[in-house]
Design a protein around this ligand. Structure first.
Ligand code: URA
Length: 490
C-alpha cells in the first residue's frame, strides 16, 4: 500500500481495544481503509467510552462497531507475516498508555513498505524491540520468581496458590507455562488485575480475586524456610550480588526473603568466619599468577546475549547467535556452536550442517518451522588456517558459561523434548561434562521434567569419510527426530 488516503466513510474517533485480539481486528479494518495513525484515538478500557464520548461525541464513541460493519467489499485483504504478528503480540503485553497507537503506527508504516520500522536503527523499531525484550524478561522473571503455596486439600479449591505483581500483561502466557509444568495438579495465580485458575484440565480467566499475598496462607512454608536456612552458606554470601540478581520487587513476595536479612546479619557478625576456617585464612599459601581478566570481580549477569562476557569467545566472534523458532515449540534442537556462516548470518544452522539437519527433518516428516533450534554455545570459536576460519570445539568451561543462556531458552520455550545434537550439546543439556554420547544414542532420558534425546551432530554425518557411515549417521539423526516427535505428541 503506497498512498495515504483516509477513507471518507471512516468515522473519526476513539477505537476500543481491550486486548491484542481486539486491537488486531480493529487495526485490520483501519489499515484496509487506509486510516492514518494520526486520525485514530485508541482507548484501552470500555469505561473510557463515556469520557471519550464527551470529548468526541457519541458517534465517535461508536466508531469501532460502525466502522466494522461498513467495510467496503472491494477493500484489499490485509496480509501480515506471522513473525510480525508475533512481535506485535508480544509488544502488546508491554504496559504503556499509548501501546495500541504505537503498534498501529508500526503496522501502518510496515504496510506502506517501510520495512526499517522493525530495525534497531529506527526509533519505532528500537522501541518495539525494547518492548518485546522487556515482556520476555518479565515472562522469564515470573517463571523464576513465582512461588506457589500449598493449600490444605479442599474440594473445588486449587491445591497451589501464588501471588505475583507482573510489570507487564504476561499472565496468559505464563499460565500456559505452568499448565505444561504442573500437569493435572490444580493451581491459581492471582495478580492485582487478574486471576488464572487451572482446575487440572482447563484454564479459567477471571478478574482480580485476592487483595494481596496476605490472602494466601501456607502450612508447608515453615518446611521450605527450614530447608532454605539449611542450604544457606554464609561463607559464600555476597549480598549485593544476591540483590542485583533478583530485583527488589520480586524479593518482597519470595517466602525466603523473610529469613534472608536475619541470615545476612548473622553472616556479617561471625557466621561467615565459622563457615570458612580461620586456619585456612592464616596459611601463607602459594602465589598463583592470575590474568587481569580473570582477577576481575564477579560481574552482574548480562541482560542480553550481545552483552555477554561470561567467557572469552565473544572477542573473536562477529556476533552472538541466539536460538530461533516458535516461542512455545514442543521440541528444541540443541547443536554445539554457530559455525562460520551462522556467525555471519546471526542465525543457527544456516550453513552445510543446517542443510543436512533440514533434510533429516524432512525425512522425519517434521516441519522446521515448528521446532526451536539453538546451540549450547552462542559464539563461534575458531582458529585461522590460511584464509579460513576453522571450527574449534568449545572447552567445557565455555559450555558451562553459556549454559546460562540455554537455561533461559528452556525456561522461555518450555519444550517437552530436547534433542541434543552431538556430544557438546548433550553435556550441556545434562549439565554433566562426563557423559558419553554413545551411551545415550537414540535412548530418551528424563531430565528436569523433560525428555532428552541424543543423536549425532549433523556435521558428523557430513564429514565422516565412509559413505555408508554417513548414511547411517543421517538415519540415526532421522530416527532420533522421529522419537522426539512421538514423545512431544504423547
Ligand atoms: N553447527 C552447530 O552446532 N550449530 C550451528 O548453528 C551450525 C553448525
Amino acid at each position: 500500500m503506497s498512498e495515504t488516503a483516509s477513507a471518507p466513510d471512516w468515522p473519526a474517533g476513539p477505537v476500543l481495544a481491550r486486548d491484542f485480539a481486539e486491537w488486531r481486528e480493529a487495526a485490520r479494518r483501519l489499515i484496509v481503509r487506509r486510516v492514518p495513525p494520526e486520525s485514530i484515538q485508541w482507548m484501552q478500557h470500555a469505561g473510557d467510552a463515556d469520557l471519550l464520548s464527551n470529548v468526541f461525541g457519541d458517534a465517535a464513541a461508536a466508531a469501532n462497531d460502525a466502522g466494522a460493519e461498513s467495510a467496503p467489499h472491494a477493500a484489499p485483504a490485509l496480509r501480515m507475516p506471522r513473525a510480525l504478528m508475533d512481535m506485535l503480540a508480544c509488544a502488546a503485553c508491554f504496559r504503556a498508555a499509548d501501546r495500541w497507537a504505537f503498534l498501529y503506527r508500526v503496522l501502518w508504516r510496515w504496510q506502506r513498505g517501510e520495512q526499517e520500522v522493525l530495525s534497531m536503527a529506527d526509533d519505532d523499531g528500537a522501541r518495539l524491540q525494547a518492548m518485546e525484550k522487556a515482556v520476555r524478561r518479565e515472562e522469564h522473571d515470573m517463571h523464576a520468581y513465582l512461588r506457589f503455596r500449598e493449600r490444605p486439600a479442599e474440594k473445588g479449591a486449587p491445591r497451589f496458590v501464588a501471588w505475583f505483581e507482573p510489570a507487564h500483561d504476561v499472565l496468559p502466557q505464563v499460565a500456559q507455562h505452568f499448565v505444561r509444568r504442573m500437569g493435572r495438579i490444580s493451581w491459581m495465580i492471582a495478580t492485582p488485575d487478574a486471576t488464572v485458575l487451572w482446575d487440572g484440565a482447563q484454564l479459567h480467566h477471571a478478574a482480580a480475586l485476592l487483595r494481596g499475598p496476605a490472602d494466601i496462607e501456607d502450612e508447608g512454608e515453615a518446611l521450605w524456610l527450614t530447608y532454605y536456612r539449611s542450604i544457606f552458606n554464609p561463607a559464600r554470601l555476597n549480598a549485593d550480588l544476591m540483590h542485583s540478581h533478583i530485583t527488589t520487587r520480586f524479593w518482597k513476595h519470595l517466602p525466603e526473603a523473610a529469613v534472608v536479612p536475619e541470615m545476612v546479619t548473622q553472616a556479617a557478625a561471625g557466621a561467615r568466619s565459622t563457615g570458612q576456617s580461620k586456619a585456612v585464612g592464616r596459611r601463607s599459601g602459594t602465589t598463583i599468577p592470575v590474568s587481569a581478566e580473570k582477577a576481575q570481580p564477579e560481574r552482574e549477569q548480562p541482560r542480553t546475549l550481545d552483552e555477554c562476557r561470561r567467557c572469552e569467545l565473544w572477542q573473536n566472534a562477529t556476533q552472538a547467535v541466539g536460538g530461533q523458532g516458535p516461542r512455545h515449540a514442543k521440541i528444541m534442537l540443541v547443536g554445539e556452536q554457530p559455525g562460520d556462516q551462522e556467525d555471519l548470518a546471526g542465525k543457527p544452522f544456516v550453513g552445510p550442517a543446517g542443510e543436512l539437519l533440514e533434510r533429516a527433518m524432512e525425512l522425519a516428516g517434521i516441519d522446521r518451522r515448528k521446532i526451536y533450534i539453538t546451540n549450547a554455545v552462542k559464539h563461534f570459536k575458531w582458529e585461522l588456517r590460511g584464509k579460513r576460519r576453522l571450527h574449534k570445539t568449545p572447552a567445557q568451561r565455555e559450555v558451562l558459561a553459556c549454559h546460562y543462556w540455554l537455561e533461559e531458552e528452556l525456561a522461555q520455550v518450555g519444550p517437552a523434548v530436547v534433542v541434543a545434537l552431538g556430544s557438546t550439546a548433550l553435556k550441556s543439556v545434562l549439565q554433566d561434562g562426563s557423559v558419553n554420547l554413545k551411551d545415550y544414542m537414540g535412548e530418551p532420558v528424563q531430565h528436569e521434567g523433560r525428555w532428552v534425546v541424543a543423536t549425532y551432530h549433523p556435521a558428523y554425518a557430513l564429514r565422516v569419510p565412509d559413505a555408508q557411515a554417513r548414511e547411517d549417521a543421517l538415519a540415526a539423526i532421522v530416527a532420533a527426530l522421529r522419537i522426539a516427535w512421538r514423545l512431544a505428541s504423547a
